[in-house]
Design a binder for this molecule. Sequence first.
Ligand code: FAD
Length: 296
Amino acid sequence: MTIYRATVSRVRPLTDTMVRITFAGDDVPAFVSTGVDDEYVRLFFPHGADRRELSLPVSSGSGWETPEGRPTAPVRTFTVRAARPEAAEIDIDFVLHDDGIAGPWAAAARPGDPLGLNAPTGLYDPPADLARQFLVCDLTGLPALARILENTPQGVVTRAVVEVPDERSVQPLPAHPRAKVTWTYGGNGHGPSRLAELVTAAVPPHAELAGTYIWVAGETTALRSVRKHLRKTLALPTERFKVVGYWAPGGESWSARYKALPADVKAELAALWDDPQGDLEDVTITYEEQLTRLGL
Ligand SMILES: Cc1cc2nc3c(=O)[nH]c(=O)nc-3n(C[C@H](O)[C@H](O)[C@H](O)COP(=O)(O)OP(=O)(O)OC[C@H]3O[C@@H](n4cnc5c(N)ncnc54)[C@H](O)[C@@H]3O)c2cc1C
């Protein structure tokens, strides 16, 4: 896996809670977009206080590794809002928030700041008979939602619901003749997320779902019941929906609590993923049920 080096070339605030950062650089022309609208990359951030000092990992099989003796670059996942290979540029829209690495880095980003990134991967995968889609997300899913809307065929009826902290976080979205977008306020670390309730309301039991695709992205724990609703209550085939946890509240303390679990409990959780016959969505539901049971 190639790790590219890119440099901030422009910074443009979009709203109070989001900033668009354009990256360019010698490596960017080699960056190949998958063309999948929610494609995402791993970003490798500076490891210390010096924003200009990067310790990039090197490619190792299908992953990467930090050369021995070098500091490890913190890595986070972000959507490619736009890729312009002809201009050797990509745009990434960052949610501004106070904790962690990426949010504070983005808030202070200036032209010339370097970052590392890998090749993109996408998950949004509507079926060939797509006639209707439901797109539900919070702020973190907004860049992917915008790109999906940009590229949705004109005839596809689209219902989108976006949860943002307040009206100052609403953004203009690409126009689509058959799309209706509803903005709702809350979640995003500013209050309890209503994503689960919003999906259940948009796609209730017994809804007619022929030709429909459902894409949901946002706060991970809020989406546990969404996956269950789509897969178990509505019995949707896995190719008819995609539920992607984009971020988790209380990250550090969550990881610490996970690490503190007894070894046999962690082994049981890990073993869930070993079933070669298991459907990935069903295994994920079982895994998430166990996490909830453990208070995680
Ligand atoms: C496929 C995919 C695509 C994504 N695309 C984007 C994107 O285009 N733009 C984007 O901004 N994010 C995107 N995310 C989400 C992003 O990866 C997470 O928000 C990530 O945690 C940010 O890293 P951090 O270093 O800022 O915070 P972390 O160090 O990971 O987390 C520290 C703490 O910050 C808080 N936190 C983290 N993220 C948020 C948030 N969004 N809102 C409020 N509080 C938060 C939590 O309390 C967390 O415990 C995407 C995630 C995935 C999986």
